[in-house]
Write a protein that binds this ligand. Sequence first.
Ligand code: 5U1
Length: 680
Amino acid sequence: MKLEQARAEIERLRQEIESHNYRYYVLDEPSIPDTEYDALFRRLQALEAEFPELVTPDSPTQRVGGKPRDGFATVRHAVPMLSLNNVFSEAEMREFCQRVADGLGVEESSIRWSAEPKFDGLAISLLYRNGQLVQAATRGDGETGEDVTANARTIPAIPLRLRGQGWPAELEVRGEVYMPIAGFRAWNQRALERGEKPLANPRNGAAGSLRQLDPKITAKRPLAFYSYGIGLSSETLADRYTGILEKLRGWGIPVCPEATTVQGFAGCRDYHERMLHKRDALPYEIDGLVFKVDDLQAQETLGFVTRAPRWAIAWKFPAQEVSTRLLAIDVQIGRTGAVTPVARLEPVQVGGVTVTNATLHNEDEIRRKDICIGDWVIVRRAGDVIPEVVRSIPERRPADARPFTMPSHCPVCGSRIHRAEGEAVSRCTGGLYCPAQRKQAIKHFASRKAMDIEGLGDKLVDQLVERELVQTPADLYHLQLEQLAALERMAEKSARNLLQAIERSKATTLDRFLFALGIREVGEATAKALARHFGSLEALMQADQTLLEAVEDIGPVVADHIVSFFAESHNRQVIEQLLTAGIHWPEVTVEQEEALPLAGRTLVLTGTLRRPRGEVKAALERLGAKVAGSVSKKTTAVIAGEAAGSKLEKARSLGVPVLDERGLDAILAQPESLESILKQ
Ligand code: 5U1
């Protein structure tokens, strides 16, 4: 390469790196994955090594990027906070080990290395004076960081004072603030439930949380801390790095339990192999390992290059976030009919695995992440979770990128796709008919509280569906003895018993049948309320949203689910087939039900009752009451037995009347006096 050509490329790389640095360090909004950033940096390093006359003091290779954010006081580090050089392969690591050995004039295999994970968080320096935490600072550009003392004090893992004795009067502890994976997932789940913006990944979570101007916000975030060394110290602590870690641990500073020592390159390679396998099982994210010459004297001999020590290296793992092209968005239908948009991707290696598909969760998430078909996107795969598209890279959007629209019909069964008001998830409405929902629908249909087909367990349903003997619940009523007897773990006798159970199930009740249909959010209690209110299947099927909302405890969302379910012709067909197969129930007389003394009343049972709960429930229902599983403002009363817990608490908080078993006895004896019993 010619000098002028190199000059132009170096300038372009510097500008690009600076712009990524700004986004990453100052805005906390990285625009490209780490691997791509590393590649740019290494390319610049290589060019500058080839053309040393082009190295300038303002090159990103001569400093570690970043500026403190406005709003925080700046802190000058007494001892600069260094960064680490990286290696990405065994060959590079072997080379590094040999270079260190040569620098020390020793055999490579004689070097003892400290080995530990490289945490994916935010580096921090904690200053302890006379054992008290007096200052916490981010790394910033390595020389000057941000004063985040108030925020760091909120992190439970960071001790406010050191334990034990023997600590130096002044000690700077260095390490990483990180967000444990469990905390990250729980945080994001809550954020999504509340319609708030989730955190992109645990590292952004840690960095963003620590750099909040309001420490109260930091305090709410699930952050933790591991130390990996010291800066300034008024005394010499040990002659080995691992000796320092031991001392820190003794003073109550968290040190990662995976930190250990290994011998020579072979030991580093074995540790790498072990930790790579362990990576997905760790409770925090790591992006590689750090190896340091354990002997502090040897560290001093080796010294530093501009931005990093010669005695330490980060051996990076395959990245868990990479960019690729989003080629198409298909939708997948889950067992319960939930429609999940799935990104079809240009195949890409993520965390050592080839990824071609990634979940996009739902329509709102696609919009929130500003994702179009054809976009460049960041894909993330961590642990055992399904890969997901984190966001798009709008700067790289091609001119022909187009937005996603949810299909109107299920790609599996052709039924309508419907999104209920206020819900994030769209659903296929062909619950009884859709092959994607088949197993789930049939298992629910046959379950004890639905059609109660004894002997038709989950494994049997799986076999019936997989052998295509049953496509919808209606097919159960046409099964033949020989077909059943040929199934695994079925003898003629059990097949005969099953046929009898199927036959018996034909005589049911309207509410059981409604529950068996598996309409979304129509549980047992709602099915009973519907049966009581409408009296017949025909009346219910014809009811519109308004009529449905007139039923006690049915709100607009449930009413919407019911209307959508019956609006789907495929479902109506299956219902027709079920009735033709002979399913029947005794007539429900609406007037009669409403005349019952507890009609329109909702009771909740909680705690341990003297009599079997099922018996009490049946007795109350015979009197016209609805017995619900949860307490709401509309609950008439809660009947609390021994050791009642959260339902009792909720009733009290909502001001719902609470009765004991004597109150229950009074209701059963004189249901028409409910009002006066409640007042007692
Ligand atoms: N685990 C670990 N991470 N980390 C990051 N150790 C470690 N050491 C570092 C850095 C920047 O620097 C020292 C080698 C000075």
